[in-house]
Design a protein. Structure first.
Length: 612
């Protein structure tokens, strides 16, 4: 994309004792794949007591010729939002990026954001970057990227949209102002997008799950105030009760209750203002206790620093579909196209028709994928369609995606990383949301998502997997050699064919779990349909178990014992080892004399039970 040598982008930065971050921040800007002469830097320092201001002026002097302009404003600490509002007043470019200074941009971040924004519909106001090493855990649409709110750690705004709503809420000093401005934009009809391919390295946490007092205090205060403006009346009342409940929790930092009390006074002072400026639209805004959106499990999954030219194996995404599911297929493919992992082959097999051929043609023309393979079959069933996809795939790693399931953008990136450098593993799997979905129409594909649930969070256990399936099919990325060694689906199983596949694929090799939600799969919203679906699966369970009885595996006695223990611990609410009972009895003299009579009675009871 060509950029003129005139400012097309204003970057707003608010600093406060930020001296140590300035040089890395500037170096990453200078490495962007666009001319810096198209960027104007707007710095606002909020009363730093270190040498931030001096360093800013030194940077301006050193790099003044590289950028369209470097503007520095200084003053008292007026808060995050008001600081950016001051920069907004000076902005003239069509795009304004609001960013923290404690981060570094990847080289393609800014050109990608501007390219995405320039091509977006006129009602999209914001494009949020993905943060590493810890991605913000909120849910977003894997298809469109639409998000309920955008973090202001690094977000590109349409300048006109910010002026339309007069910028950030000045009465929120720190934290929560990004949710408030997001909700206000949506209240006025704007949309917000998340762009996972545009990445910044944000060094906001010193370690995983760090509790920062300012964040804790500012976020809890803002949550209740936002409820006053955007919540239903029951949610407003809940917010005040939740705030009172904070006093009962164990303090996480010194002086927590005192600071909560001071913030409580501020809450009482500001609540009338937020109640008197309530939302204009009928749009419903989410409040989930102290969160605002579904919080994807795995907030502190850590992305590694890029390995540059490290080998990137080809991943084949295998999709089975049938006629009449075109809308579902298009969404599934969009979630694959949005992957942050670049080296992907898409294999589409259509069972009983060839209606998806034009979709495959458009995919090839897009140039997004390393390869697109399509095949229409006579009606052969789910298993044979899956086997055809496996036979057509050319990748080193395979992953299934049913046409009504979706990947979050980092799904393949996370799983490939889990396998890197671990050839002993047969595959990796992550967590997935089960989404109860109310179908409004199949074609066109229209639906309502009723509930997201995390049902399976099971670290790999061969014993448990052989007992029942806890792996939704799209969660598993596996090595090609498993297919080469054990084949594909058993065509005699119209259901639970994936469980049978995982049992065979784990006869000799382990899988590893990544403790992060990276995909979702749909189930019926209505109870009667869900019951019917479960009855079908239950009927096939016995058939699958009979298939497994024919398999053979070599285990040593210790492995057999360990698997028995795993099953006892995972399947039974109370499981007490007999050795533990024996030791407990023998350690107490008054019980020890009953030990042998009890053993004889237990042995007799077992013999009777076997005869029955």
């Amino acid at each position: 994309m060509d950029f003129p040598h005139v400012p097309v982008l204003d970057i707003s930065v608010v600093t406060y004792n930020s001296a140590r971050w300035l040089e890395p921040f500037m170096r990453s800007l200078l490495k962007q794949d666009l001319p810096c002469t198209s960027i104007r830097l707007l710095f606002r320092d909020n009363g730093s007591s270190d040498d931030t201001v001096e360093r800013l002026h030194a940077i301006a002097q050193r790099h003044s010729g590289a950028f369209a302009q470097i503007d520095i404003d200084t003053g008292d600490n007026i808060g995050f939002g008001r600081g950016h509002n001051a920069n907004l007043e000076k902005a003239t470019a069509p795009w304004l990026m609001v960013t923290n200074v404690d981060l570094e941009f990847e080289p393609q971040t800014l050109p990608l954001l501007i390219q995405r924004a320039s091509a977006a519909p006129a009602d999209v106001a914001a494009w949020e970057c993905r943060q590493k090493p810890y991605e913000h855990p909120k849910h977003y649409s894997p298809v469109t990227g639409e998000v309920a709110w955008a973090s202001s750690a690094c977000v590109l705004y349409r300048s006109a949209a910010l002026r339309d709503i007069a910028g950030y809420e000045p009465k929120l000093f720190l934290y929560g102002e990004d949710v408030e401005i997001s909700y206000r934009l949506r209240d006025r009809g704007w949309l917000l997008h998340y762009v996972p391919q545009a990445t910044v390295w944000h060094f906001t946490y010193e370690h995983a799950a760090q509790v920062k007092p300012a964040q804790f205090l500012g976020s809890t205060l803002a949550n209740v105030l936002l409820r006053c403006r955007y919540g239903r009346w029951a949610e407003v009342a809940q917010g005040f009760l939740m705030y009172l409940g904070l006093f009962a929790m164990k303090p996480q930092f010194p002086g927590q209750r005192r600071q909560l009390a001071l913030n409580g006074l501020k809450l009482l002072r500001l609540a009338p203002y937020f109640l008197s400026t309530r939302k204009r639209s009928a749009l419903r805004f989410d409040f989930r206790l102290w969160d605002y959106e579904i919080a994807r499990h795995g907030a502190f999954h850590e992305y590694p620093i890029s390995e540059g030219d490290a080998e990137q194996p080809l991943v084949s995404v295998l999709i089975r579909t049938v006629a009449g599911r075109g809308g579902k297929l298009v969404e599934a493919l969009a979630s694959v196209a949005n992957q942050t992992y670049p080296h992907i082959e898409v294999v589409i097999v259509e069972d009983g028709s060839a209606t998806a051929a034009p979709v495959a043609d458009r995919l090839r023309e897009s140039g997004r994928f390393a390869g697109v393979v399509y095949k229409g079959l006579a009606k052969v069933g789910r298993c044979e369609a899956g086997n055809a996809a496996l036979a057509l795939a050319g990748g080193d790693l395979f992953c299934f995606l049913d046409d009504d399931d979706l990947f979050y953008a980092d799904h393949l990136e996370v799983l490939v990383q889990a396998l890197r450098g671990r050839p002993e593993l047969g595959g990796a799997y992550s967590l997935s949301y089960q989404v109860r979905t109310e179908v409004i129409s199949d074609e066109p594909w229209r639906y309502r998502e009723v509930e997201h649930s995390l049902l399976y969070r099971q670290p790999f256990s061969r014993a448990l997997l052989w007992h029942h399936n806890y792996l939704p099919i799209q969660t598993v990325l596996f090595r090609r050699q498993l297919y080469d060694s054990y084949g594909g689906f058993d065509p005699e199983l119209d259901n639970l064919e994936d469980w049978n596949l995982w049992v065979r694929y784990t006869l000799e090799q382990d899988l590893v779990m990544v403790d992060k939600v990276t995909s979702l799969y749909r189930v019926p919203a209505h109870a009667d349909r869900a019951v019917q679906r479960q009855q079908v699966l239950d009927d096939y369970y016995a058939k699958a178990v009979a298939k497994h009885a024919r398999l053979r595996v070599t285990l040593n006695p210790n492995q057999v014992v360990a698997m028995g223990k795993e099953l006892a611990q995972d399947l039974y609410f109370v499981a007490v080892p007999l050795s533990g009972l024996r030791n407990a009895v023998l350690a107490r003299p008054w019980l020890a004399r009953f030990y042998h009579p009890l053993r004889r009675m237990a042995s007799l009871a077992r013999r009777v039970a076997r005869r029955i």
